[in-house]
Design a protein around this ligand. Structure first.
Ligand SMILES: *[C@@H]1O[C@H](CO)[C@@H](O)[C@H](O)[C@H]1NC(C)=O
Ligand SMILES: *[C@@H]1O[C@H](CO)[C@@H](O)[C@H](O)[C@H]1NC(C)=O
Ligand SMILES: *[C@@H]1O[C@H](CO)[C@@H](O)[C@H](O)[C@H]1NC(C)=O
Ligand SMILES: *[C@@H]1O[C@H](CO)[C@@H](O)[C@H](O)[C@H]1NC(C)=O
Ligand SMILES: *[C@@H]1O[C@H](CO)[C@@H](O)[C@H](O)[C@H]1NC(C)=O
Ligand SMILES: *[C@@H]1O[C@H](CO)[C@@H](O)[C@H](O)[C@H]1NC(C)=O
Ligand SMILES: *[C@@H]1O[C@H](CO)[C@@H](O)[C@H](O)[C@H]1NC(C)=O
Ligand SMILES: *[C@@H]1O[C@H](CO)[C@@H](O)[C@H](O)[C@H]1NC(C)=O
Ligand SMILES: *[C@@H]1O[C@H](CO)[C@@H](O)[C@H](O)[C@H]1NC(C)=O
Ligand SMILES: *[C@@H]1O[C@H](CO)[C@@H](O)[C@H](O)[C@H]1NC(C)=O
Ligand SMILES: *[C@@H]1O[C@H](CO)[C@@H](O)[C@H](O)[C@H]1NC(C)=O
Ligand SMILES: *[C@@H]1O[C@H](CO)[C@@H](O)[C@H](O)[C@H]1NC(C)=O
Length: 613
């Protein structure tokens, strides 16, 4: 058993008392020191579009039965925002079903409980006397057709027309190796050329929202009870000036959304636009933390101060789209015309993203954006994205958004990061979503955090990385008077299990207790739900040895049993697609009381829930 120094509850009276002891004793105050804001998370994904000329412009479309395919810059595009079409040429000797198919995003889930909405636009670039059947459907990679539906089209249609057909599979596919196909009868259409644009295939969505969210993912997220959602995806505000996210390019008809190259290099179609995001937040019951583009792109370009005015106005328009009055704002009137006359809930607006990379220009961009936006929206709260006090910016930001991607050891060593921060009204939004792997603790190699797996980067989060993050999170909960939010990627894995443990088991009050040792390897944080009187004791052991702890709860009555939720595994265990349930939280009943012993296993996160009065 490790011998360690610890701070006793005397610290609360201003005394620092190092004591040598074998079992850590944790005294828990029955009186709360501060209220805990609820915390948590998120992340998401958009669609993609194609660009003519590139060899990859067809990906992942493939020809069916000898059709010749080409992505063209259409002379008469379906809309000015969507200038390209997929031109399908039916060979003159064609027979059978001829056309195109698309395997989706790594496959398509074919579920006979669902009805899918299929939609496309088509036109004949040259008028012809053709009339025939167009079929859309879903099939397996061995050609088994699960669903199909047809309509008649003809060669007099030289302007764009929409086809909308529903697909109801007769059976579910056993795997996701399935494709969506669009074909014509080759005997009828031999020699014809047809242009297609804006295909869409949607299963039912969460709350049946058009362009909405996958039900399974949205329900999983909702189950984690997230308090907020930061959007449009942090870094996704723009890698360059030309590709910056612009709210007005993401609303209205899909035909009017040009899409953009997102910050990770692939195309976002912006089918998931500002309005879809806002409905999603309402449907899940979480609040947005909305970013506005603030004159800086991640490639290093900053707009000069005298060029900022139109971007400040665009940010004002964006906020008005969310909360403005339709009778005084065109952007708000647009929202009303799209079906939501009432304002959406919005409290937090983040000015820029990762402006610590552009520290110098933020000294003028922050005051200009903050000054104008806070004058236009006095009720909103604004968040700065430079490092706290580096550079020093005025007016002093009410909040900072801090990003951390680090090693497990860093997270353990920094569990006290916020304890020394001055309590003066400035608070911090601790953002731990990883820009690539979506994990906070991303590597064991501090000198090459973004290296390869062989160089120490985690392919999947491990029990070691997760417990280290949990240790850090005990510091976030303890300092929740100044750390008002923390976010993480929403993938369903070990990390999120631990995240889930933290988010679902949180009280509304923080109970002071003996502080963990700053340089130690056992961490805890204790909160209480003041309505139900449940106390949540979260104990994190990110070390390789089991550790004993004695809890001493200063309540008059403490239940004799409590519930233990334990996440525990081997140092390098990971939940992966092939071992999705290797490490999952296990629930059991344990003996509790005003004083009780607990052994925190190596590499574990424990949540002990016990009722008090
Ligand atoms: C199929 O749909 C039903 C009803 O929505 C759902 O319960 C089930 O999980 C779905 N199955 C798959 C494999 O998606
Ligand atoms: C051909 O299509 C056009 C537009 O869809 C329609 O108006 C017309 O009636 C069709 N003609 C025939 C012969 O089906
Ligand atoms: C084909 O789509 C139409 C239009 O949505 C729908 O009314 C019809 O029921 C569908 N037919 C089949 C066989 O799914
Ligand atoms: C799906 O298709 C891929 C590529 O053809 C193949 O490697 C994989 O085994 C298939 N999966 C299933 C479950 O059939
Ligand atoms: C294709 O069209 C030809 C000529 O109209 C017809 O004989 C044949 O039955 C059609 N094939 C299918 C699969 O509908
Ligand atoms: C599918 O189409 C139906 C009929 O137009 C519509 O009511 C439903 O909302 C659509 N579903 C989605 C997810 O867009
Ligand atoms: C969005 O608005 C800006 C002005 O704020 C304008 O320059 C841009 O063209 C608009 N984009 C679209 C797609 O409407
Ligand atoms: C608004 O922004 C402009 C720069 O476009 C700046 O000159 C002005 O000081 C700002 N107004 C406020 C109130 O900060
Ligand atoms: C702003 O806040 C004040 C005070 O809380 C409130 O009276 C007012 O209605 C709010 N204004 C808006 C536009 O929400
Ligand atoms: C809070 O304290 C920090 C660090 O001492 C300081 O830089 C910051 O300006 C202070 N905030 C306010 C609102 O005084
Ligand atoms: C506290 O407990 C009450 C009663 O069980 C519950 O309704 C409420 O949601 C809980 N509060 C929090 C912050 O979880
Ligand atoms: C806790 O463990 C210590 C050492 O094993 C033991 O002396 C003590 O009686 C235990 N306390 C309780 C409340 O079980």
């Amino acid at each position: 058993m490790a011998v360690r120094y610890f701070l006793t509850a005397a610290l609360l009276a201003g005394l620092y008392v190092p004591v040598c002891q074998a079992v850590t004793t944790v005294s828990v105050s029955a009186t709360a020191s501060h209220a805990i804001p609820t915390t948590l998370l998120l992340q998401n994904r958009a669609f993609q579009q194609v660009t003519p000329g590139d060899t990859s412009s067809l990906d992942p479309w493939v020809a069916v039965n000898g059709a010749e395919l080409e992505v063209i810059a259409d002379t008469d595009p379906v809309s000015s925002a969507l200038p390209n079409s997929l031109q399908v040429m039916i060979p003159s000797a064609a027979t059978g079903s001829v056309g195109v198919s698309n395997p989706g995003y790594w496959g398509i889930n074919v579920n006979s409980s669902w009805t899918y909405n299929a939609s496309l636009y088509y036109r004949f670039p040259s008028e012809s006397s053709y009339s025939g059947t167009l079929t859309v459907g879903l099939e397996s990679d061995s050609g088994e057709v699960f669903a199909s539906n047809s309509t008649t089209i003809n060669g007099s249609q030289t302007s764009w027309a929409n086809v909308f057909l529903t697909l109801t599979p007769s059976s579910s596919a056993t795997n996701t190796n399935n494709s969506f196909f669009v074909t014509v009868n080759g005997s009828e259409a031999a020699g014809e050329t047809i242009n297609f644009a804006l295909f869409s295939l949607f299963p039912p969505t969460y709350k049946d929202r058009p362009n909405g969210m996958r039900i399974d993912i949205a329900e999983t997220l909702a189950g984690m009870k997230p308090a907020f959602f930061r959007f449009p995806g942090g870094n996704n505000l723009g890698e360059s000036f030309d590709t910056r996210w612009q709210w007005n390019a993401t609303v209205g008809s899909l035909l009017d959304r040009p899409g953009r190259v997102g910050d990770w290099g692939y195309v976002n179609t912006d089918g998931l636009g500002l309005l879809e995001y806002l409905y999603f937040f309402e449907d899940v019951g979480m609040q947005p933390i909305m970013a506005v583009w603030a004159g800086y792109s991640l490639d290093g370009d900053s707009e000069p101060e005298d060029a900022l005015a139109p971007f400040i106005q665009q940010a004002i328009d964006q906020i008005n789209f969310v909360v403005g009055d339709p009778s005084t704002s065109d952007a708000a009137a647009l929202r009303a015309s799209l079906g939501h006359p009432d304002p959406f809930y919005l409290q937090y607006v983040e000015i820029g993203n990762e402006d610590f990379f552009a520290s110098d220009s933020y000294t003028y961009r922050w005051p200009d954006f903050y000054g104008n936006l806070s004058a236009a929206f006095p009720n909103l709260t604004f968040i700065a994205t430079a490092y706290p006090f580096d550079p020093v910016i005025y007016p002093t930001p009410p909040h900072y958004d801090v990003h951390v991607y680090q090693t497990p050891d860093w997270f353990i060593e920094n569990a006290f990061y916020y304890d020394s921060f001055e309590r003066n009204g400035t608070t911090y939004f601790e953002l731990t979503d990883n820009i690539q792997g979506e994990y906070a603790s991303i590597s064991t190699n501090a000198s090459n955090l973004y290296g390869t797996a062989a160089e120490g980067r985690f392919l999947y989060p491990t029990v070691q990385s997760s417990t280290a993050e949990a240790a850090f999170m005990t510091g976030l909960e303890r300092n929740s008077d100044i750390v008002f939010a923390a976010s993480y990627a929403p993938l369903l894995n070990l990390v999120n299990d631990s995240q889930w443990l933290f988010s679902v088991n949180v009280g509304d009050e923080y109970l002071p207790s003996t502080l963990p040792t700053e340089s130690g390897s056992l961490f805890w944080t204790i909160s209480r739900n003041s309505t139900s009187n449940d106390v949540f004791i979260k104990v994190v052991n990110p070390a390789s040895d089991d550790q004993d702890v004695l809890f001493d709860l200063a309540f008059t009555t403490v239940a004799s049993t409590g519930t233990l939720q334990l996440l525990h595994g081997g140092q390098n265990d990971s939940n992966t697609p092939t071992t999705p349930d290797l490490v999952t939280p296990q629930t059991s009943t344990i003996a509790t009381g005003q004083t009780f012993n607990y052994t925190a296993p190596s590499y574990s996160v424990s949540v002990i829930t016990v009722n008090v009065s």
